[in-house]
Ligand binder design. Structure first.
Ligand code: SAH
Ligand code: SF4
Ligand code: F3S
Length: 512
């Protein structure tokens, strides 16, 4: 922790006085690591430039900390969290820890959490509850909570008050501090808490243990400045900071050299990539135009915000090649009035205009989206507008959610006045439409030949292989195990609601 963060640190006011830990004077925690989150600070957007640390190394004194020990990380939430888990796994292994898939074998267990909706948080609290028994049987196991929930003071307070078996809490901006935090947690009898409410700098050169060797994630930017009124992410992930193009390109080249076939460029709002550079005019379009020249079969990116989706990017994507013909373009609602209160900063008409431009440039594009139903004051008519927009665009599929108020966001101050039955009914109607359109679109594949990146055996049947098309359709088919990790041609025999079944028709196609 640097001096700045120490000064900005906040003391948690534990609010349950009948609780043993809350009677304590927390100031003594400063002897160990104790920095608690503050959503108000997290909301601030300073003007200071992003600092890049290109030479990050784990200090030698921590080497061997994990010798003879095993770690287990459970990941909730989005791809950003999945990738953070890969970085933490990299740090653990650099320290000498070994990965385990069995909680009972682990010496350290981390929950990498998601705060996006209440049910995401409830799942984590359920798991924290379960871990209590494990800690009782094995008091030496170290239990940690990290990720987006740690950035919320209400969560940290609740853990401090009710879940004394947790040993450490840290946030999304300081995962590179994991070695220090582990060391502190081993030495301290108290809960180690270090959550920075000001975003950290951009740290390059962090170790990573990737989950697979076929598809890889590459961060292009961190944070979000959009502040959609319902969303907690700008508070949990801080301000938008882009990685430098050279660092990204180098990482993609490395993955290509290692034989990866697909990469996904990651950011909460990748279309804002480069807006924070002070020295160069460089956006996502420029980056994609460079990356498409790298010899790797497929390049995806997620997630796009419609507002920043510019014509240059459309032109670059239309060049095709390894840039896939799938765009995830969250719309959230089909009603201009609702979009306004959500602060999405586009109208129904502008969204449809963007879709029209994209389809004109990329006639075969597959579009998917995110939709929230039951936002405060959403009327039946406004919900109908969402359905009609869905029909008009004919999305390939969608993630659909019931609105969940998040403490600290502007929408949480509005009355959550749509009854749960109505929200559920709207969700059901929307999902029925999503399924209908998806099934119709998949049906069109019957008899066609698609290119599939084979990921492995199907989850339900080891005799069947599974993989995805460039449009992200899951295909199950019979084929030799040697096809795993390769791009192969599959003839689609049958379309299900969500997946395609087929048979492989050629030998594997080597692309690299
Ligand atoms: N950065 C991405 C979204 C990340 S969150 C983007 O803007 O596209 C993924 C999805 O969760 C959002 O698109 C939204 O549909 C949903 N979501 C976010 N906050 C929510 C809330 N408070 N209640 C319900 N759904 C929410
Ligand atoms: Fe949340 Fe909006 Fe940012 Fe997406 S763009 S992460 S929905 S605030
Ligand atoms: Fe969840 Fe944080 Fe991702 S809130 S959706 S894990 S950025």
């Amino acid at each position: 922790m640097n001096e700045k963060q120490r000064v900005e640190s906040q003391k948690v006011q534990a609010n349950n006085s009948s609780d043993k830990k809350s009677d304590k004077d927390y100031s003594k925690y400063f002897e160990t690591v104790y920095v608690a989150p503050n959503l108000k600070d997290a909301k601030k957007r300073g003007k200071e430039s992003v600092q890049y640390h290109k030479d990050f190394n784990i200090p030698e004194e921590f080497y061997g900390l994990g010798n003879g020990r095993k770690f287990y990380i459970r990941t909730y939430g989005c791809q950003m969290n999945e990738h953070d888990t890969e970085v933490m796994a990299g740090i653990f292994e650099a320290l000498g820890y070994e990965a385990t898939e069995t909680v009972e074998d682990a010496n350290v267990i981390l929950l990498n959490t998601c705060a996006i909706r209440e049910n995401a948080e409830n799942k984590v609290f359920g798991e924290i509850g379960h871990l209590k028994a494990l800690k009782k049987n094995n008091p030496d196991v170290l239990l940690g909570v990290c990720g987006c929930m740690s950035q919320e003071e209400s969560v940290v307070n609740r853990i401090l008050n009710k879940h004394h078996h947790i040993d450490m809490i840290f946030g999304t901006h300081n995962i590179h501090r994991l070695p220090h935090l582990l060391k502190e947690a081993y030495m301290s009898k108290e809960m180690v808490i270090e959550v920075w409410s000001k975003e950290g700098d951009v740290i390059e050169n962090l170790p990573k243990v990737r989950k697979g060797n076929i598809k890889g994630w590459v961060n292009i930017m961190y944070g979000c400045d959009k502040f959609c009124t319902y969303c907690i992410v700008p508070y949990t992930r801080g301000k938008e900071r882009s990685r430098r193009p050279d660092d990204i390109i180098q990482e993609v080249r490395q993955l290509a050299a290692l034989g990866y076939k697909e990469i996904t460029l990651l950011g909460q709002n990748v279309n804002a990539y480069g807006k924070d550079f002070e020295d160069i005019e460089y956006g996502l379009g420029h980056l994609m135009d460079e990356i498409r020249k790298i010899d790797i079969a497929r390049i995806r990116f997620t997630t796009s915000h419609p507002r920043d989706f510019d014509d240059h990017l459309i032109d670059v994507l239309a060049k095709g090649g390894n840039l896939v013909d799938h765009i995830h373009l969250p719309v959230q609602s089909g009603s201009t009035d609702v979009l306004k209160i959500m602060a999405r900063k586009y109208s129904r008409e502008r969204y449809l205009e963007l879709v029209r431009k994209i389809k004109e440039a990329m006639p075969n594009v597959s579009l998917t989206t995110d939709i929230i139903v039951g936002f405060p004051n959403e009327t039946d008519e406004q919900f109908e507008e969402t359905l009609s927009l869905y029909r008009e665009v004919e999305f390939d599929s969608a993630y659909t959610f019931i609105y969940s108020p998040r403490e600290g966001t502007p929408a949480a101050k509005m009355e959550d006045n749509i009854p749960m039955e109505v929200k559920k009914e709207r969700l059901q109607r929307l999902n029925a439409l999503v399924n209908e359109v998806s099934a119709k679109k998949l049906k069109e594949y019957e008899g066609q030949v698609v290119e599939v990146l084979v990921e492995g055996e199907s989850k339900n049947n080891p005799d069947v292989l599974a993989g995805y098309t460039s449009k992200n359709k899951l295909v199950n088919f019979k084929g030799p195990k040697s096809a795993i990790g390769q791009l192969v041609k599959v003839k689609v025999l049958e379309a299900k609601t969500w997946t395609l079944n087929g048979e492989m028709i050629t030998e594997t196609v080597e692309v690299n």
